[in-house]
Ligand binder design. Structure first.
Ligand code: HPA
Length: 269
C-alpha cells in the first residue's frame, strides 16, 4: 500500500504545476467551488496511477491543481465513498498521497442530513467534531509510519480554523451553525428512528463521507476543517422523503455562501 502511495505521489510530483500546502475535497453538489479555482491542471482520476475512479452521479472525478484565495491549492472534485464498494484504504488513498505531496491543511465539504432540531435546510454547519459510525476505521491494519499506532483525536477539526471560519462568516454576514458530523456507511438515508438515534448519540448531522478522510489526514498531522451543508432534515415531524436530487439541489443553493467562506479561509490560513 505504502509503495503505491509513494508511486502515485512521485507521478503527480512530475506533473504538478505548483507546490500546494492546501487541499480541498469537494463533496456532493459542491463541485461549484471548483469554478472559483484558477485551474492550471486537471487530471481525471482514471489517468492517475493507483487512483480509484469515482462512480457517483454529480461527481466529476478529477484532481485539480491551481490557485484559490491567492494560494496554490489542489482539489479533489469528487471523492470516493465507502458505499461505492471501495475499501477504507481506497477511500483514503488520495489523502495519503496529498500528505506525500506536502499538504498541511485539508478543507472538506459534504452534504448531510440535520438531526439537530434547530437546523434548517440550506444551513451551513461548521464541523466541530465527528463520530465514526462507519463499520471500519481506515487505520485498521499495519500502521503506516506517518503517525502513531494510536493517534490522538482530541482535535480532529482544528479549533483555530473553526474560529477563523466564524470570524469570516460574521464579517460577511453569513449565518453558520456548529455541530458534530456523524458518518455512516450509507447508501441508505436514515429511517426516522435512525435519525432520532443519531441525534441522541450526539450527532447534529449525518452523512456518508468525510470521517475516513479526516482520520487519515490527522494520522498524517494534516490540519482539518470541514463544512456540512444541511440538505435534508431528520428531525421529528420534519422528516420527509429524501432523494439524491434533493440533496444536490439544496447543496447547490448553499454553495455560494460556503465557497465564499472557504476561499477567504484559504487566503488567511
Ligand atoms: N443521511 C445521510 N447522508 C446524507 C443525508 C442524510 O440525511 N443527506 C445528505 N447526505
Amino acid at each position: 500500500m505504502y509503495d503505491k502511495i509513494l508511486e502515485t505521489a512521485a507521478w503527480l510530483k512530475e506533473r504538478m504545476p505548483n507546490a500546494p500546502q492546501t487541499a480541498i475535497i469537494l463533496g456532493t453538489g459542491l463541485g461549484h467551488l471548483a469554478e472559483r479555482i484558477e485551474k492550471i491542471l486537471a487530471i481525471p482520476y482514471g489517468d492517475i496511477p493507483n487512483f480509484p475512479v469515482s462512480t457517483v452521479e454529480g461527481h466529476h472525478g478529477q484532481l485539480l491543481f491551481g490557485r484559490l484565495g491567492g494560494k496554490d491549492i489542489m482539489a479533489m472534485e469528487g471523492r470516493f465513498h465507502y458505499y461505492e464498494g471501495y475499501s477504507m484504504k481506497e477511500v483514503t488513498f488520495p489523502i495519503r498521497v496529498m500528505y506525500e505531496l506536502g499538504i498541511q491543511t485539508l478543507f472538506v465539504s459534504n452534504a448531510a442530513g440535520g438531526t439537530n432540531p434547530s437546523f434548517r435546510i440550506g444551513d451551513i454547519m461548521i464541523i466541530t467534531d465527528h463520530i465514526n459510525f462507519m463499520p471500519e476505521n481506515p487505520l485498521h491494519g499495519p500502521n503506516i509510519p506517518t503517525g502513531p499506532r494510536f493517534p490522538d483525536m482530541s482535535e480532529a477539526y482544528s479549533h483555530e480554523l473553526v474560529e477563523l471560519a466564524d470570524s469570516i462568516a460574521a464579517e460577511k454576514g453569513i449565518e453558520v451553525k456548529h455541530g458534530v458530523y456523524l458518518g455512516t456507511q450509507g447508501p441508505t438515508f436514515e429511517t426516522p428512528s435512525e435519525y432520532r438515534m443519531f441525534g441522541l448519540l450526539g450527532g447534529d448531522a449525518v452523512g456518508m463521507s468525510t470521517v475516513p478522510e479526516v482520520i487519515v489526514a490527522r494520522h498524517c498531522g494534516i490540519r482539518c476543517f470541514g463544512v456540512s451543508i444541511i440538505t435534508d432534515l431528520g428531525v421529528g415531524e420534519k422528516i420527509e422523503k429524501v432523494t439524491h436530487e434533493d440533496v444536490q439541489k439544496a447543496a447547490n443553493a448553499a454553495q455560494p455562501r460556503m465557497a465564499a467562506i472557504m476561499e477567504e479561509m484559504i487566503r488567511r490560513s
